[in-house]
Design a protein around this ligand. Structure first.
Ligand SMILES: *[C@@H]1O[C@H](CO)[C@@H](O)[C@H](O)[C@H]1NC(C)=O
Ligand SMILES: *[C@@H]1O[C@H](CO)[C@@H](O)[C@H](O)[C@H]1NC(C)=O
Ligand SMILES: *[C@@H]1O[C@H](CO)[C@@H](O)[C@H](O)[C@H]1NC(C)=O
Length: 161
């Protein structure tokens, strides 16, 4: 019975890990700039196509930055974006309430996981200041580790009985 629960938990974790390749999408305020971190996973080294859009009315929105579609002229001069193996990081300088809305991170990698999209609602008054290291990531991985080790702990428990 105990181990059934353990396996169920394990399956839930794996299932979650299987389909959501954008791991986290976060927003924070770095001085006068909005920073959006889009963390993802990949299984190949193939070229990454990405963009961050801003939607104000539940439509597709306008491209803030990226290499997928041309960025909207409203944002082009204010945005800088960098992409690495597991992170797309956007800075939007001179952030004001006029830039509030739903930010959408879109990724595509040939012959990798299918196209991915995730969004986050950004409201200036609710933004936190950017921290040096993301504590959230650490918390998440701790939780994952704990969940993954549950069946193992139970197995040890079983042996010691
Ligand atoms: C944001 O994500 C939710 C859930 O995936 C989706 O239903 C919604 O349409 C998305 N909003 C925008 C503006 O893309
Ligand atoms: C983007 O803007 C941030 C914040 O001003 C700055 O620290 C970073 O160096 C900039 N990156 C590039 C590639 O210009
Ligand atoms: C991470 O966990 C610690 C302790 O459980 C908690 O105090 C902190 O607020 C958490 N941080 C985030 C970003 O969730």
């Amino acid at each position: 019975m105990k181990s059934t629960i353990g396996i169920a938990v394990l399956l839930t974790v794996l299932e979650f890990a299987c389909c959501q390749r954008i791991k986290t999408l976060t927003a924070c305020l770095d001085k006068q700039s909005l920073r959006i971190d889009c963390r993802y996973e990949r299984k190949t080294k193939n070229a990454l196509t990405y963009e961050i859009r801003l939607s104000k009315d539940n439509t597709e929105g306008a491209v803030v930055a990226g290499n997928w579609n041309t960025a909207s002229s409203i944002y082009k001069s204010r945005a800088n974006i960098t992409a690495s193996d597991n992170l797309v990081c956007l800075y939007l300088h001179g952030f004001t309430t006029a830039d509030e809305g739903v930010y959408i991170c879109k990724l595509k990698i040939t012959n990798d996981y299918g196209p991915q999209a995730q969004n986050i609602t950004v409201i200036k008054d609710r933004l936190e200041k950017c921290a040096g290291i993301s504590v959230l990531i650490q918390n998440t991985s701790w939780l994952l580790l704990l969940l993954l080790s549950l069946p193992l702990l139970q197995a040890i428990d079983f042996v010691s009985l």
